[in-house]
Every structure is written in C-alpha cells, then in structure tokens.
Design a protein around this ligand. Structure first.
Ligand code: MSP
Length: 510
C-alpha cells in the first residue's frame, strides 16, 4: 500500500470559517478520497492555527480569556470539517501540548546547532500583519499600504534563524524538483523571488508584547513567532507516525511566498528533514465578483449555504467551478446554474428514471442484459474512455474537467434512455421486445453505477445513497468497481429520496 500524506493550511481562529476555508478543505478531501479509492494508505491532516498577536487582540477585544476565545472559534472549524464530511484522520490545534512539545524540541535543536542567534532588531512593525516591514513595502507616496494597519518603529532584541545561509540550497532544490510547487507558474514566481537575497528570519517576540505563543525553550522571556509555530504542525502531528514528508501541503496562494515556499523547506532542511514533496497552491474565491469581506456582507457562510442547498452540491460546485491553482468567483446564480443543469437535471433525472422504469417495467429487479445493440455498444465504449480520462485528469489535479467528463457520461446515459425509449419497448410483448427492454434497463442501471462511482470522492453521501438504491454497499474502493459488467442483474432496487430537488427552491432562505 502506498502511503500518502496530505495536509491543509491550518486556519486562524480569529474569525468564523468562510467559503475559502471550505474550498481548501474540500479540495484536500477530494484528493484524499480519490487516493483511498485507488488503494493508497492515506493520512489527511487539517486543523487550526491558534497563536499570535491577532488572536490575542481579538480575544481582548471580546473581553474573554484567550484560551476560551480560541476554544470557541476552533469548535466552529471542527464543526465545519464535520459538516463538510471531511475524511480527515486528525485535526491538530497549535495550542495542544503535543504540538508545543515538538515546536520547542525543534527550536532547541536548531539553537544547539547554531542556526538561531540573538540580535538587535530595529524596524517598522505592523501589528495587524505581525511582521516587520521593509522600505520596499512602502507605497510611492511614502505611506504604508492599508493592509498593514498602524505601523510603528520599534527596536528590540530578538532571535533570528539563519535563513540566508540556505538560500542556494533552496534554489537548487526547487530547480531540481519540478513537482515541488503546483501549478508551475507559482514555482516560477517563487524562483523569481529567490533571485534577491533573503534576510534571516526573526522567529521570536518578547513576551511582554505577545504572551499568546509558545515560549522559547532557551529563553523564557520570548515566544515563537507565528510561522515557526504554525508550519511545524504538519510535522508535529505525524512525527510519531513516521509519515513525514507530506506528499501534499495544500495552501492558498497568499501563503506560498515566503512562508511555505521559503521558511518551511529551509526549516525542515536545517532540522535534517526532507521538504514536502509538493506544495499545492490554490487560488482565491471572490464573492459576486468582489473580494470577500464580512464587514461589507460580501461573505458566504459555508455551513448555512450547505444547509440551504445540500452539502454534496456545495462540494460539487466548489470543485467543478474552480480550476485548481486559479481564482474563481462564487455566486448563488452560478451555483444554481450548475445545481439545476448538472445535478438536478442530468444526474437527478438519471437516478429517477432508472429506479422508476425498473420498478414499472421489471418489478424493481434489474434484468440480465440481452445482446448489445448499437446504442448499448456506443455507451459501453464511452465508459472506458470516460473512466481513463477521468482518472488521468484527477491525477493531474484537473478535477473540474474530470467532473465534466463524468457528467458527460451521465448525459450520454440519459441520451441512451431517450434513444432506446424503454417505455415503448415495454409495450412490445414479443420475446425480442422484452429482451431489448431488459437490455435497456440493465444498461442504464450499470451506467448509473459506474458514472456515480467516479463522483464518489466529491459527493460521497449522495453517491452512497444512489448506490443504496441500486442495492450496492457504500463505495469502499475503485478496485474492481470501474469495469462494465452485469453485477446488478437480479438486484432489487430500492427507493432513493430526491437528492437534488428541482426546480431549485430559489425562494428558500438559509
Ligand atoms: N493560519 C494561516 C496558515 C498557516 S498554515 C501553517 C492562514 N490562515 S487563514 O485562516 O488566513 O487561511 C487559511 C487558508 O484559507 C489559507 O490557505 C488561505 O489561502 C485560504 N483562504 C483564505 N481566504 C481564501 C479565499 N477567499 N479563497 C480561497 N482560499 C482562501 O493563512
């Protein structure tokens, strides 16, 4: 069994989950489930990032103890994972002792090796971004961009990690490993960024300015700076399991440079550990064409939205609409276009017709197919092409087109039903007429079983319900499942609730 370890970014707990958080987790889940279907030994990690100035500030603004504050918001992310039906193996919180211990051990190891040193630091500091700024960050008019909030000049003694001494190693690593960053254009930007000299990384904050962090093992007056703590979650969660390195660290485009693309591989290398095999970098969702913002109300709560429509439909939309690596726009209109045409009409119709016609014309039992005619042969030939393309596209992370292919097969099956018109064949009581009816009913049931098997990683609940209707157990593997055959012959079909009601209830409110 091939081991496959994948992670998501861990979400900050200073605000509630939004659709961007949901997308990343669903994408990871689809990859995890796809690998499990192929027989890999998958380990899927997600979690929350709970230290740092912003979180401390948010808790103070609410007037609650910081631990209580992070517990409340972390619970929302745990609930999101449950609601989205994620198949994660672990959920790590950076405030957990198991994580803090590993961070402290890593810091001590680097300190002992001389990779961490203390120095005076004077600079412009943005509390909002929790980072020191450089002159190049200023706008042309000399002011600091708004994203930094209030910027103040401070001098303080801090600890630094020798990032610069590993710059050439990192460039060589990225150059030699095309798969280190997906998609390719992000790898290119990372290499471009590395053409300028790096500064060493300030990894500490004095405790009197920031209490809410992990104390440095070699100086209790300091805590670690947010990235040094957060990035190590991918390692701390699996250190004992021997799962490192990750096959995929899945992240959004904003945290590739410098955090995941520079700090992370260098930290690992300095610790004597291999870098992750691939940083999978996804794009960002806008909402109704504009930046997501809770304060302006341009915000989608994934749980409320999923409850309003259907969580599998939400998962489907997120994966169908966004090209992995590019940005996409989320709008209810576009969601409904796909919901109505692809889920309610194409898929929903195929399920209903298959079950209804088998009930009406064959007492609910799938007949054994007779000889294949032209229509059956065409559909049967489309199947292996669909399957092979689907698997290849999924392997290349092109899930949007993979889903399109699977849906084309569903559409082709609906067209097959139109063409063979079982309701007409049912009126033909001759042995040939009955044989053709049996073939048609068996063919549509088999095509439904196969087509939905491909959709399982994206819509596991809906597909397992459909499989229940086809008297099949929930899908546990693709091994042996993706071959056209007659395993449904003799199966007694059961009812399936309407999975994607049509027309979509547009007036329905969350
Ligand atoms: N805590 C850090 C990550 C630490 S990883 C060791 C962080 N947290 S976050 O909550 O701000 O973002 C979590 C993930 O959500 C990131 O990968 C980020 O890119 C992603 N997204 C945040 N907004 C997003 C969209 N609008 N669209 C898609 N993904 C987005 O960064």
């Amino acid at each position: 069994m091939k081991s496959f370890y994948l992670t998501t970014a861990i979400d900050y707990v200073n605000g509630s989950p939004h659709i961007g958080h949901a997308y990343e987790k669903v994408l990871a889940d689809v990859i995890a489930r796809t690998h499990r279907m192929q027989g890999d030994d998958v380990y899927f990690l997600t979690g929350t990032d709970e230290h740092g100035q912003k979180i401390q500030q948010s808790a103070r603004a609410k007037g609650v103890p910081t631990q209580e504050f992070v517990d409340t918001i972390a619970a929302e992310f745990v609930e999101l994972a449950r609601f989205l039906n994620l198949s994660h193996n672990d959920f790590i919180r950076t405030t957990e002792p198991r994580h803090k211990e590993v961070v402290r051990a890593c810091l001590q190891q680097l300190f002992d090796k001389g990779e961490i040193y203390r120095a005076e630091y004077k600079g412009f500091y943005s509390a909002r971004q929790e980072q020191f700024l450089q002159e190049k960050d200023r706008q042309a008019d000399g002011r600091w961009p708004e994203i930094y909030g209030e910027v103040i000049e401070i001098t303080e003694s801090n600890y630094f990690f020798k990032l610069r001494s590993y710059q050439q190693w990192l460039i060589d690593h990225i150059t030699a490993n095309e798969d280190f960053v997906f998609p390719a254009h992000r790898r290119k930007s990372l290499l471009e960024f590395l053409s300028e000299p790096l500064n060493d990384l300030c990894i500490s904050r004095p405790k009197d300015r920031l209490e809410w962090g992990i104390p440095l093992p070699f100086d209790p007056d300091y805590v670690t700076y947010v990235w040094f703590d957060a990035l190590l979650n991918y390692f701390s969660a699996v250190k004992e399991l021997g799962r490192w390195p990750a096959d995929f660290n899945i992240i959004g485009k904003d945290i590739l440079i410098p955090a995941h693309g520079i700090y992370w591989p260098i930290m690992l290398h300095a610790l004597g550990l291999p870098p992750p095999k691939t940083l999978l970098v996804h794009g960002w969702w806008s909402i109704n064409g504009a930046k997501m913002s809770k304060s302006t109300g341009n915000f989608v709560d994934p749980i409320a939205f999923g409850k309003q429509w259907n969580v599998d439909a939400l998962r489907y939309f997120l994966v169908r609409e966004m090209v992995v690596g590019q940005d996409a726009d989320f709008s209810q209109e576009q969601f409904l276009v796909r919901y109505n045409s692809e889920l309610a009409n194409s898929l929903g119709n195929l399920v209903n017709r298959t079950l209804n016609m088998t009930t009406r014309f064959s007492a609910g039992v799938v007949p054994l197919a007779g000889p294949a005619g032209e229509a059956e042969t065409e559909l049967q030939q489309l199947w292996p092409t669909t399957r092979d393309e689907f698997l290849k596209l999924s392997d290349g992370l092109q899930f949007h087109t993979a889903l399109e292919r699977a849906m084309q097969f569903v559409t082709a099956t609906n067209a097959y039903i139109e063409r063979t018109a079982p309701w007409k064949l049912a009126k033909d009581t001759s042995p040939e007429g009955q044989a053709r009816l049996h073939t048609a009913l068996a063919t549509m049931a088999e095509a439904l079983r196969l087509g939905t098997a491909l959709l399982w990683p994206v819509m596991p609940t809906a597909v397992d319900k459909i499989r229940g209707g086809l008297a099949q157990a929930p899908l546990a593997t693709w091994d042996g499942e993706l071959v056209w055959g007659d395993r449904l012959a003799g199966a007694t079909l059961g009812a399936v609730e309407i999975l994607f009601p049509k027309p979509a209830p547009t007036e329905k409110k969350a």
